[in-house]
Design a protein. Sequence first.
Length: 262
Amino acid sequence: MTTRRRSRPRTLLLRSWLPVGVVTVWWVASSGSTPVYLPPLQVITESLVNEWIIDRFVSDLLPSVGKFLAGFAIASILGVGGGIVLGMNRTARALLAPLVLFLRSVPGPVLVPFGILFIGIGAPMNIFIIVLGAVWPTLLSTTDGVRGLDSQLEDVTRSYRLTFFQQLVFVVLPSASPQIFAGLRTSLQLSIILIVVAEMVGSTNGIGYYILLSQQTFEVADTWAGTLLLGALGYLASLLFLRVERRALAWQHGMHAATGKE
């Protein structure tokens, strides 16, 4: 425990040197920038604070975060649930495999016009696009994880006559959890991309909507600020997800430590 605590400052330093270095170099190099499309980082930072943190926090930032979280949550539930069904039921997998392979091949942004046509412009359509585009990595990873269940574990469940619920909670999900989280991580990144695309085309507020509006009105600093904000949100979401994943898979790390594996 002591060694782990001592390693945290070093890990933080190793992870932060590149962002800090990039920001420092960018700030110094752009301090006297005159091109319209490359404003100084100081101007971009002022726009980020004034426009997003002060003026548009409630009207655009919070709605985007809410739609992103809602879409990712629904996609995660459907992906894990559907993956369990397909992984444990050979008949369902055979019947639905062609449909799943077809739908996962359709890029999410292509579905935006259909979402506008059937749902209309607004938050429900944005969430619909996220769910329909981000569900597949989680669903396919969960299916593979459930199908890859060790045959010895299956024999144990039969020997102890576990109920379906007991088998699912204590055997199937723990065994498939590494692949489930791998799929969720990909779905998380897709959700961030899709919320921006959906808002640019079919929304009257949000980060994507305002970035497009800023670009069309030649508010270059605001465009840069919105882009940096998206990167920061994606980075923070990934950090939070990795922390949840590390806690959820702590048993796996403990098992590797006990067996001497890295």
